[in-house]
Structure formats: C-alpha cells, structure tokens
Write a protein of this length. Structure first.
Ligand SMILES: CC(C)(COP(=O)(O)OP(=O)(O)OC[C@H]1O[C@@H](n2cnc3c(N)ncnc32)[C@H](O)[C@@H]1OP(=O)(O)O)[C@@H](O)C(=O)NCCC(=O)NCCS
Length: 236
C-alpha cells in the first residue's frame, strides 16, 4: 500500500473541492465516515489481494460497524470515491467502481440473487448515484451518468444519461429529454395496468358514443372521458 497516504490526501482534497459543507481539512479527516470506509477498504482490498481473505472480510465488517458502510474487500474501487453521509451503503464483492464516483446514503451495488460469478454492477467514471438507489446485477452504468434518488436500476445505462424510477428508466440522454412513448420501455407492471385502464376507458367511450348516437362533440360526458384518456396517455 505505498500510495495509501497520497490516496488519502487526494480524497480529502476532492471533498474540500466539491462539498460546500466541508469547512476545513481537519473536519474532513475527522467527520467524513464515507472517506473512513474507503480508507478501510483500501487496506482490506490489499489483504484480499494477498489472499488474507478472512482478515480482509473481518476488517470490512469492523469498518461497517464504525461507519455504517459495507464495502466488500473483493470489490474494485477507483480513485476519489466519495460516499456522502454514507450510512447503509453496500458495495458487493464483484462490483467495479470507476474514478470520481459519488454515492449517497443507502445506495446498494448488489446482486439480483440469480447470477453467479460477476454478479454486481460496474459504475464507470464520474457516475453519481442518489440516496437509496439500488443498482442490481451485472450491469454497467456508463460514465457521467446520474441515478436518481430511490431508483432501482436493473438494466445497463448508457453514458451521459439520467435514470429515475422503479424500475429505472432514462429521462435525459446526452443532455436531451427522453420521452417514453411505449410503456414496455419502462417494463413496469404498473404501466401495463395503466395501459389496460386506457384501453378500457377507450372501449367505454365508444360504447357511450354509440348509445347516445352522437360523435360526442360538445357532450360533457365524452369531454370528461377524453380528458381522462389524455391524462392516462400522459402518465404512461
Ligand atoms: C435524478 C436527478 C439527478 C435529476 O436531477 P435533474 O437533472 O435536475 O432533473 P429534474 O429535477 O429536472 O427532474 C426531471 C424529471 O425527473 C423527475 N425526477 C427527478 N428525480 C427523481 C427521482 N429521484 N425519482 C423519480 N423522479 C425523479 C422529476 O420529477 C422531473 O419529472 P417531470 O419532468 O415529469 O416533472 C435528481 O433529481 C436526483 O435524484 N439526485 C440525487 C440527489 C440525492 O440523492 N441527494 C442526496 C443528498 S443527502
């Protein structure tokens, strides 16, 4: 671990540069448990790579006790990882984290429970993951992408994208808004239910129009149904 001290200095400098809440270097050294967890990880990863698996694992649990952050010593973590607030962050054994990544509290880089081997995500450089987000499985989040707070991401995310929701879907790509027109793109059981409701409303509107023997122009009931259809279309 010849570089440990220089990595620590680099981490502190990065926090001073990017976190407006950081008032002094001493404060960052003493109060940023996200950094403490990363420093523990650097030692534990070295132990892991030197086949001291149990010691590395045991120390990672000690680090979790002290910081509330669990980084498996087998994970591969790049430089200047910033875990802000930190409590509840979990980084799995086969996760790969690039340089200059930011994770907020409650983030999980976990497995789906269905895969073997490489079963945790890869985050490329400059990714930001919002509080409570879950990124699951052997997927890749491309560089400079952002994952919204509370999202659950189960599919690859391209570079320069913003993803929100459960399950996560892209709302911005390369700075442009992405509009979802097909509910299947979200792959959310709820949007299937909404699509079914929209179909049913359509069917009922046709029926009401037939019963009334009109096209419904100027008819308040049809106007209301039309409004419902438009709202539902917008939501899905
Ligand atoms: C995802 C995020 C990066 C997007 O920020 P942004 O690019 O400024 O996007 P906007 O705020 O303009 O939101 C764009 C749309 O996404 C929605 N959205 C934003 N964040 C969302 C989230 N986490 N979950 C669901 N929807 C979200 C907004 O409601 C908006 O929808 P609309 O256009 O239909 O009204 C940001 O909202 C976020 O979640 N950041 C994480 C911050 C965090 O975890 N902080 C912890 C501090 S302790």
């Amino acid at each position: 671990m010849p570089h440990l001290l220089s990595l620590i200095r680099e981490d502190v400098a990065t926090v001073m540069e990017h976190d407006p809440a950081a008032k002094s270097r001493l404060e960052v050294y003493l109060c940023y448990s996200g950094l403490h967890a990363v420093w523990f990880y650097r030692v534990n990863h070295w132990l892991w790579n030197h086949r001291l698996f149990l010691l590395g694992r045991w120390l990672s649990q000690a680090a979790r006790l002290l910081t509330g952050i669990e980084i498996h010593p087998g994970a591969k973590v790049g430089r200047r990882l910033f875990i802000d607030h930190g409590m509840g962050v979990v980084i799995g054994e086969t996760a790969i984290v690039g340089d200059d990544v930011t994770l907020y509290q409650g983030v999980t880089l976990g497995g789906t429970g269905k895969e073997h081997g490489k079963r945790h995500p890869t985050l490329e450089d400059n990714v930001v993951v919002g509080g409570g987000a879950k990124i699951l499985g052997n997927i890749t989040v491309g560089r400079n992408s952002r994952i919204g707070a509370g999202s659950v991401v189960l599919r690859n995310v391209p570079e320069h994208s913003t993803v929100v929701g459960v399950p996560g879907h892209i709302i911005f790509r390369e700075g442009k808004r992405v509009v979802i027109t097909d509910p299947k793109q979200i792959n959310d059981p709820l949007s299937e239910a909404l699509a079914a409701v929209a179909t049913e409303v359509n069917r009922l509107r046709d029926r009401v129009q037939r019963l009334e023997g009109s096209e419904g122009k100027g008819d308040p009931l049809s106007a209301t149904l039309q409004q419902i259809m438009e709202d539902v279309d917008y939501q899905i």
